[in-house]
Design a protein around this ligand. Sequence first.
Ligand SMILES: Nc1ncnc2c1ncn2[C@@H]1O[C@H](COP(=O)(O)OP(=O)(O)OP(=O)(O)O)[C@@H](O)[C@H]1O
Ligand SMILES: [Mg+2]
Length: 447
Amino acid sequence: MNLSAGTVLVIDDNEAVRTAFDVLLSIHGARVLAAATPTEGLSLLGREAVDLVIQDMNFRREATSGEEGVALFHAIRARFPEVPIILLTAWTHLETAVDLVKAGAADYLAKPWDDSRLLTSVRNLLDLRKARAEAQALRAQRTRARESLASEFDLCGIVYESEAMHTLVSTATHIAHADVPVLITGPNGAGKEVLADIIEANSSVHGKPYLKVNLGALPNELMEAELFGTETGAFTGARARTGRFEAADGGTLFLDELGNLSATGQAKLLRVLQTGEFSRLGSNTTRRAKVRVLAATNANLRAAIRDGRFREDLFYRLNVIELEMPALLDRREDIGALARHFLEPGFTLAPDAVDALTRYPWPGNVRELQNTLKRACLLSTDRTINAAALALPAATAPAEETTLDRATIEQALGRAQGVVAQAARELGMSRQALYRRMDKLGLRQPN
Ligand SMILES: Nc1ncnc2c1ncn2[C@@H]1O[C@H](COP(=O)(O)OP(=O)(O)OP(=O)(O)O)[C@@H](O)[C@H]1O
Ligand SMILES: [Mg+2]
């Protein structure tokens, strides 16, 4: 059994006990530090990186009340709240130990202890601590990467924590300068427009006109007039009017919901992309405009091409660079940060709210999350938003094959002190499903 090469501090006045732990834990790969008194123990904790404390409850031969142990426990918790503590206690004082477990002790062992039970407990706690330290290091590394990107580029206030989003945003900033169209795909409310804003903000034409047209919101006849403009008399009541391509000349045009563009609209768009030329409706005069086109769609354009609803040649013109915005469900690590970002000032999230937000599938993605928090802040009588105040729709049948990410599972296991059944309950899945997921992520110890 390998104890992850962790450092264990044993605090016990009895030298025989210290030696026994030293021998037992050292041969299993741990580094063992020993202290005979609470003062010495605390000072070692201040100097050394300790991963686990095993502490006695009495430190003088004549003492049996356990008071010194209780005081030491609270002193360690106050100064080193991250370090797990195993209590060594007499059979006659189990109640105190149970109380301290409620107060955050990781475990307790009655003297004389059972070596194999001790080793199991130590191993589980060291593994958990290692997993947490790794997750934390990863988060810190991502924060650094994000900050370095933000110092170099304008990220337009986008909020994320996930690796997937970091890669996407990083790509967007790096292709921003290229004078080519970009196609942004992804589900409703996932943040496609935010990504378009980032591209524009970091492009060579930033500061020039930046116009947005929602092609889904316009009837076909108006769409072409909107994009290319009209000449007086083009249709009944039509007045001369500048289209968006003309208005965006020299700058950027964001075409939202591209999948809704009519067949003639598609033909005209292809022409202007290929030649830079277009005509207003009701006019034969050729006009020119140089426009960077960013297009977004939540439709599957490849399927639309197969069905003859979208031109393949236009598709290849537009998707020179294709950026795919993942659904929020596929980047659950972003949920917490986004939720806090959307809270009104002065509000906080209760832990059960964070859990509920992390578990909910978010079919409406970031927009739904934003609306949920706006509504909760508006309606909540309490400045701490709890799960009930979020009023999330009851989740559809819990997915047995979960795609929860490593960090979410590790955090749930951490809160459940490694008890899988409890973590599974908290995550709203069966124990078997959680075991399968842990196996897949390599989170389960071979026994
Ligand atoms: N990562 C993010 N950080 C901060 N705000 C975000 C983020 N992603 C989305 N938002 C916000 O969520 C809302 C929806 O985003 P956006 O309009 O960009 O989505 P969309 O993919 O264009 O949606 P649709 O397909 O419905 O047009 C906006 O108010 C946007 O500001
Ligand atoms: Mg949009």
